[in-house]
Design a protein around this ligand. Structure first.
Ligand SMILES: CCCCCCCCCCCCCCCCCCCCC/C=C/C(=O)SCCNC(=O)CCNC(=O)[C@H](O)C(C)(C)COP(=O)(O)OP(=O)(O)OC[C@H]1O[C@@H](n2cnc3c(N)ncnc32)[C@H](O)[C@@H]1OP(=O)(O)O
Ligand SMILES: Cc1cc2nc3c(=O)[nH]c(=O)nc-3n(C[C@H](O)[C@H](O)[C@H](O)COP(=O)(O)OP(=O)(O)OC[C@H]3O[C@@H](n4cnc5c(N)ncnc54)[C@H](O)[C@@H]3O)c2cc1C
Length: 678
């Protein structure tokens, strides 16, 4: 039966070519084709799109929207089945790495495979010697071993140098003894550890001859490759159910303790430092920070994933806002679409613009990461501090904004957004730990702040800042200039926007540096001023996102109306930030309150420009209905019949009279009858 497109009228209003925008969103025609093909493959293959569970009726299939009703143990087993099935598909069809990554993405269930591919393998690559890569990578790539990244402990996560697990070298046997000396040294959180991983990269204090050399990574086998039982001396399990039904609970985040577990010496990852057979500790000529290199990789990857998650929420909220009508009916006509309310637009459209902004900054960050890692291979470490600060900062900014944005989209969908079948509660629950893992977002901004303070202090010594901090080279101008905006439309000029963000970021950093200089003990000052430093770091990161969006627009972007739409979105992103943080821009003296009001006026005009294109801009994300997993976000907009239909699938509706009626409701009702008779 052909379905009716309830959003057809909206789609007719588009002033640009949606198919061309899909390519811009994907990054290239080839990336679009791969994503498009794999997302449909997943949606159309029940083994990938459905959840199969054994129950009293035999094996039953459930759709993605029903996932939150299912028990964790069954969900987990189903995820194992899907991972094995996906892996077989990848091998049988010889999928490329890009296609395989897309397959994992569209299956859309957190699983051990994420830790194996996203953290375990990058850690070996970043910290292993050539010989170690040769030995371990083929095993890992063929999934003959499955690994996780065991860094965080019960007592310490953010403070990596505070980890307690020990790796003590025993020269008599040429082995390390891995040990958990305290309860708080238990490894706690690693994804894939609880029930699946056979191996882990374990971060432990390296001790030789009684001397503590700090943290290093070690490859440790945890489970038998025969029967999967924990090896002697190892206690391992899952840490328990996490936030939200379904959600991240398909992942087995684990706990791990070692009781004097011995591993061969060559299982210490030795790119950064080595221990010789006679127990001598030798530091390589590469910086110690390379121990943290895999975190840089994953933080960079999380930025592109942020745009993916935000675009899903925005797509659901935009389509639903065009379907939903409230108030304003005249002469029996239709009510107003809620998307036409300016308040709805002022909450929704900045998120739409943010999704695009995060996409482009993610694209750039991937390029930057690749560039720096190539330099690292050639022993050029000069750009590593900038890469660390940028990945930390942009990961922090984009994941915080995305988690908040998903929750805002849920509210934008009113009451129905609170239903699990809207897809938004689970999306939020799955997504929100991204603000914590791979570095707590505040801790990461403090890293950016340290980098900025160093940059400011080096300016006087004549060191020329480059890359993302090149703007600080114009410090004299940026400390004094004033916005020349005279009317609302002046805020459309990229140069006006850029200077505003550069001046604000520079002034906030310089103000922090000046305050810091008043402290005798700089570390004490840093702690005292931390909230201001975090704000300065955020201002710098917002500047990066804005400037990368502007740079994107300087490229040749073909396609009818594409560039115009992106220009509007770029201005919305920047002016929304200016409006939200306008206190910063005012206090630092770059704009007057009148210029702030012009920005807001221009923002409202931009919302009007986006309005006819909103649904199509969301369509350009090219999300399948399966991937969205949302009745409110259905492509055809057929929301109400489907919501009604879905309600009856809830297990509570399996019978008219609920279990427990005889024990708990009937006596109450009877008691009321007796009371009434009295
Ligand atoms: C179905 C089948 C499919 C098959 C598919 C196949 C397809 C293949 C592709 C698949 C790809 C998948 C990708 C998925 C990605 C998403 C997966 C997400 C999973 C997430 C799991 C989560 C994992 C974790 O959370 S791991 C644990 C993370 N932990 C942290 O982040 C801890 C945070 N803390 C720290 O990083 C540090 O402690 C820090 C930085 C806060 C402090 O460091 P410090 O050393 O104690 O102190 P400090 O003095 O501040 O720093 C010293 C010095 O070092 C510099 N520094 C710090 N960090 C770094 C760094 N990372 N890099 C470089 N430099 C660094 C710092 O700046 C200082 O420098 P100086 O000032 O110059 O001295
Ligand atoms: C779903 C999930 C998956 C994970 N997967 C893995 C994994 O695979 N492997 C792994 O090793 N770990 C993993 N982790 C752990 C994760 O990396 C840590 O939780 C994270 O690094 C934060 O550390 P923490 O829990 O110690 O938080 P804490 O540092 O205890 O943070 C608590 C609070 O203190 C604040 N705070 C901490 N330090 C400072 C400071 N210096 N200044 C100001 N404020 C501060 C933070 O901002 C936060 O508000 C995972 C976590 C989650 C939630």
């Amino acid at each position: 039966m052909e379905s009716i497109d309830y959003l057809a009228e909206e789609r007719k209003k588009a002033e640009f070519n949606v198919d061309e925008m899909k390519i811009v969103w994907a990054g290239s025609r080839r990336a679009f084709e791969v994503s498009d093909y794999i997302s449909k493959l997943v949606a159309d293959d029940p083994d990938l799109s459905f959840i199969f569970i054994e129950c009293h009726r035999g094996i039953q299939g459930f759709s993605k929207e029903e996932r939150t009703m299912l028990p964790r143990k069954e969900l987990f087993k189903n995820t194992l089945r899907k991972s094995a099935y996906s892996w077989k598909h990848i091998i049988d069809h010889q999928l490329s790495e890009e296609e395989a990554e897309r397959l994992r993405y569209f299956v859309d269930e957190p699983a051990f495979i994420d830790s194996h591919l996203g953290v375990f393998i990058p850690a070996i690559k970043g910290q292993g010697t050539k010989e170690q890569l040769k030995k371990w990578l083929p095993l890992a790539y063929k999934m003959q071993i499955i690994g996780c990244y065991a860094q965080t402990e019960l007592g310490h996560g953010s403070n990596v140098q505070g980890l307690e697990t020990t790796a003590t070298f025993d020269p008599r046997t040429d082995e390390f003894v891995i040990h958990s000396p305290t309860l708080t040294s238990s490894k706690w959180w690693p994804g894939g550890l609880g029930k699946v991983s056979t191996h882990a990269i374990v971060y432990a204090r390296l001790i030789t001859d009684g001397k503590d050399h700090g943290i290093n990574g070690f490859i440790v086998q945890l489970r038998s490759l025969e029967d999967h039982k924990p090896l002697p001396g190892i206690t391992v399990g899952d840490i328990g159910t996490k936030f939200g039904n379904g959600a991240y609970n398909t992942m087995d985040n684990g706990v791990l303790r070692f009781d004097h577990v011995r591993i061969p010496r060559d299982q210490m990852l030795m790119r950064v430092a080595q221990v010789t057979k006679d127990g001598k500790y030798v530091q390589s000529d590469v910086p110690r920070q390379l121990l943290y290199e895999s975190m840089v990789y994953t933080r960079q990857a999380l930025v592109t994933y942020a745009s993916g998650a935000l675009s899903r929420a925005v797509c659901i909220a935009t389509r639903y806002s065009a379907v939903r009508r409230q108030f304003g009916s005249q002469n029996g006509g239709q009510e107003i679409q809620v998307i036409d309310y300016k308040t709805q637009q002022s909450r929704l459209f900045p998120l739409l613009a943010s999704a695009y902004a995060f996409r482009f900054v993610g694209e750039w960050l991937k390029w930057f990461y690749t560039d720096v890692t190539q330099r690292l291979q050639a022993n050029d470490f000069s750009t590593l501090p900038e890469l660390h600060a940028t990945t930390a900062g942009i990961k922090s900014l984009t994941t915080t904004a995305t988690a908040d944005g998903i929750e805002e989209c849920r509210k934008l969908c009113g009451g129905h957004g609170y239903l699990c079948s809207s897809g938004l509660p689970e999306l939020y629950a799955v997504y929100v730990p991204a603000c914590t893992f791979e570095g707590d977002n505040v801790v990461l901004l403090l890293q950016v702040a340290r980098f900025l303070m160093k940059t400011v202090s080096q300016l006087s010594s004549g060191k020329k800042p480059t890359g993302t901090i090149a703007y600080m080279g114009k410090i004299e101008h940026l400390m004094q200039c004033r916005s020349d905006v005279e009317q609302a439309k002046d805020w459309l000029k990229p140069s006006a926007i850029l200077e505003a963000f550069e001046a604000r970021a520079t002034r906030m950093s310089v103000a922090c540096a000046q305050s810091l200089s008043k402290f005798d003990n700089p570390e004490e000052g840093f702690q005292e001023l931390a909230p201001d430093l975090v704000e300065a770091a955020l201002a710098h990161c917002q500047l990066i996102v804005v400037s990368k969006f502007i740079e994107k627009l300087q490229q040749d972007i073909p396609g009818e109306g594409i560039k115009q739409q992106l220009e509007v979105l770029c201005c919305i992103y920047a002016l929304f930030l200016l409006h939200k943080h306008h206190g910063d821009f005012l206090v630092t003296g770059y704009i007057t309150s009148k210029q702030g009001l012009f920005a807001n006026e221009q923002l409202r005009a931009l919302y009007t420009q986006v309005r006819p294109n909103a649904v199509s801009l969301a369509d350009a994300f090219n999300h399948t209905d399966h991937f969205l997993g949302s009745i409110l976000g259905r492509y055809d907009g057929n929301v109400y019949p489907k919501l009604y239909e879905a309600a009856w699938k809830d297990p509570l509706n399996e019978s008219d009279v609920p279990d427990g009626f005889d024990e708990y409701i009937r006596p109450l009702l009877k008691q009321q009858l007796q009371t009434a008779r009295l």
